[in-house]
Design a protein around this ligand. Structure first.
Ligand code: HEC
Length: 221
């Protein structure tokens, strides 16, 4: 887990470089510099430069992988479409962005955001031709009823910072098993876990990381 977080941070750094310089330029610049620095003659310096080269090769190959799977544009789009301010302190920024993409382009909001005007702020209902506005006062904070005893859950962080009050493994288990975390004998209704549960661990982790970053709305139920 820690290793994968380090890799993600590395990949964020690599992607930042890519935005500034473009991947091929930055990798070929590393190669050019290698040639230039070879004139320095001490053994220690050579050793240091060799390790820097290995590091830059690692980052460059990671950069290329990132470019292939388009993960950067998901992260950027995720940040662009988040309807609430995000608290990134102690979070993995790449995962938060990806999580925002996964949450805000899928149906979580349809069922988990429910205010006096349904899913939308007053005057912001796109189904009435109004410009879409999600009311931050109700964002993912529960309240939509799906029949007796079935109300969507509050997904915002609790007083300990846990989304829906769940640890990461409990959260992933909700999607994989559809079991109510408070009462595993009960199967969650309406919640589309049979489909959402097919997401990769990384996507579910990203959703969890994003939900850790959104404002806490404890009193909405
Ligand atoms: C079609 C409506 C719907 C959609 C879409 C939906 N949910 Fe749910 N979700 C529910 C309902 C309803 C419950 C409560 C079910 C019950 O108690 O039987 C629930 C429960 C949950 C729970 C369990 C919380 C707990 O502590 O019991 C989590 C976590 C959750 N949803 C996350 C999500 C996320 C994240 C998404 C989007 C990726 C999502 N849901 C999309 C309706 C939905």
């Amino acid at each position: 887990m820690r290793e994968s977080l380090i890799l993600q941070v590395l990949s964020v750094d690599a992607s930042r470089q890519r935005h500034r310089y473009g991947a091929p330029t930055s990798c070929s610049a590393a190669a050019q510099n290698r040639g230039r620095f070879n004139v320095v003659n001490t053994r220690d310096t050579r050793r240091l430069l060799l390790s820097l080269f290995i590091l830059s090769a690692t980052v460059c190959s990671e950069t290329t992988m990132g470019a292939n799977d388009n993960s950067d544009s998901y992260v950027q789009t995720g940040y662009a479409i988040a309807p609430v301010p995000l608290n990134l302190q102690g979070k993995n920024p790449a995962l938060v962005g990806l999580g925002s993409y996964n949450v805000n382009t899928s149906g979580c909001h349809d069922c988990h955001t429910w205010g006096p005007n349904g899913n939308w702020a007053v005057g912001g209902n796109p189904f009435l031709g109004q410009p879409k506005v999600i009311d931050p006062a109700y964002y993912l904070a529960d309240g939509r009823s799906f029949g007796p005893g079935v109300v969507s859950a509050n997904l915002t962080p609790d007083e300990n910072g846990l989304p829906a009050g769940l640890t990461l493994s409990e959260f992933i288990s909700v999607f994989r098993t559809g079991r109510d975390p408070d009462n595993p004998a009960r199967i969650l209704q309406a919640m589309p876990w049979p489909l959402l549960g097919q997401m990769t661990d990384r996507d579910l982790e990203s959703i969890y990381e994003y939900l850790r970053a959104i404002p806490s709305l404890p009193g909405n139920r």
